[in-house]
Design a protein around this ligand. Structure first.
Ligand SMILES: Cc1cc2nc3c(=O)[nH]c(=O)nc-3n(C[C@H](O)[C@H](O)[C@H](O)COP(=O)(O)OP(=O)(O)OC[C@H]3O[C@@H](n4cnc5c(N)ncnc54)[C@H](O)[C@@H]3O)c2cc1C
Length: 349
């Protein structure tokens, strides 16, 4: 194996397709979900316009964009294996994975981590109160709507107007017949295009300076939220669903298990402009290494642009170029299985 990519979201698929097209050798992608595409699969919006509501609708919606990225990767010769989860490391460039075929140890000459980021759920935001049905993350709400065809209820409060996700989810809810009661939290001031659209176009109040302090509920369902406004006043809003959006946390278990040097925020692996981490041969791209947001640093368009720089850097590494920073071979991560104690199938191809 020449290059192993972990994660088949926008970043992983774009990387795989650029790598295979660049002729770096055998490229394989592991994806834990049954289908490739990552968050894109649930995104109903025009992904060419990923971060700007004023841009046109003619770009492909998420699922189409995911399909195109997958076709491009496989068309270029990459092998995409779904249902396979990378669970840890058994050596500096050996990844342990479990999937339909059992457990495998996969050794590659370069590993690209593209495991994405997740929104902080309600528990991690420390919001107390009622438990039960009706509480989602933005991604969870989109998945419920667009993968399971679920109706989230008559009304919803969306938490998080600090980045685009809250607005995108608000729009998706409206289109699915759920009335957004308010968008809560985020920057108190400023009239961004999204904020203007929400207020003036959709008639949804944006309570930027308020915070949700508690969920209320009855009969195993959420029925509303308590808010505290900037002036200290407390208010209550009734709703059938509460959706916690944005506030991204990198999916960095593998990166952490490898002991990669981290950037200042949230344990994201530190990378250079081409995606090189602190460990020779290990790269990171997409939401894992770059926070999502209006700066368009992780959206599909940007993922494709970054993928070419990454592919060039991987090709240099495979050709024997020194790793910047003069790092020597990194120490074996915890869990190294020299003895392969559990008998996992070992691949080194
Ligand atoms: C509602 C919403 C709105 C958003 N709006 C924007 C926006 O406007 N601008 C923006 O930049 N971003 C936005 N995002 C963030 C978006 O998630 C990222 O931009 C983009 O999806 C990042 O792509 P990715 O490939 O890095 O991650 P993902 O799409 O999350 O893909 C990661 C993949 O890795 C897989 N994976 C993870 N761990 C493993 C493992 N151990 N083994 C195998 N597979 C694994 C996952 O299953 C997943 O398929 C939004 C997200 C949501 C939910």
């Amino acid at each position: 194996m020449d290059v192993l990519v972990v994660g088949a979201g926008a970043a992983g698929l774009a990387a795989a397709s650029a790598l295979a097209a660049a002729g770096v050798g055998r490229v394989e992608v592991l994806e834990q979900q049954p289908l490739a595409g990552g968050v894109l699969r649930y995104a109903p919006w025009a992904c060419g316009a990923w971060s700007d509501p004023r841009l046109p609708r003619h770009a492909p919606a998420g699922r189409d964009a995911a399909r195109r990225l997958l076709d491009a990767a496989t068309g270029a010769g990459a092998l995409v294996r779904t249902g396979w989860t990378a669970t840890g490391w058994a050596g500096p460039l050996t990844v342990a994975a479990t999937g339909p075929g059992g457990r495998e140890l996969i050794t590659a000459r370069a590993v690209v981590l593209a495991t994405g980021a997740r929104e902080r759920p309600r528990a991690a935001r420390g919001v107390p109160g009622a438990r039960g049905e009706g509480v989602f993350t933005g991604e969870g709400a989109l998945r419920a709507l667009h993968e399971h065809g679920q109706h989230l209820g008559a009304t919803a409060v969306v938490v998080g107007s600090a980045d685009d996700a809250g607005y995108r989810v608000t729009r998706a809810l409206r289109r699915a017949g759920t009335r957004p009661v308010a968008l809560v939290g985020g920057p108190p001031h400023g009239l961004t295009p999204w904020r203007a659209l929400a207020r003036l176009g959709w008639g949804v109040p944006v309570l930027g300076s308020a915070a949700v302090t508690e969920l209320t509920g009855a009969g195993g369902r959420v029925t509303g939220v308590r808010l505290r406004r900037a002036d200290g006043a407390v208010a209550e809003l009734d709703c059938a669903a509460v959706v916690f959006c944005g506030s991204w946390v990198p999916e960095n278990e593998l990166a952490a298990a490898a002991g990669l040097a981290v950037a200042a925020d949230l344990g994201r692996p530190a990378v250079d402009a081409e995606g090189r981490t602190s460990h020779p041969g290990v790269f990171a791209v997409g939401g894992l290494s770059h926070p999502a947001g209006p700066a368009r640093r992780t959206g599909p368009r940007h993922a494709a642009a970054r993928a070419h720089a990454l592919a060039a850097a991987v090709a240099q590494h495979l050709a024997g170029a020194p790793w910047p920073g003069g790092a020597g071979p990194h120490p074996a991560p915890a869990g190294r299985d020299d003895a392969n104690p559990d008998g996992a199938a070992r691949r080194k191809d």
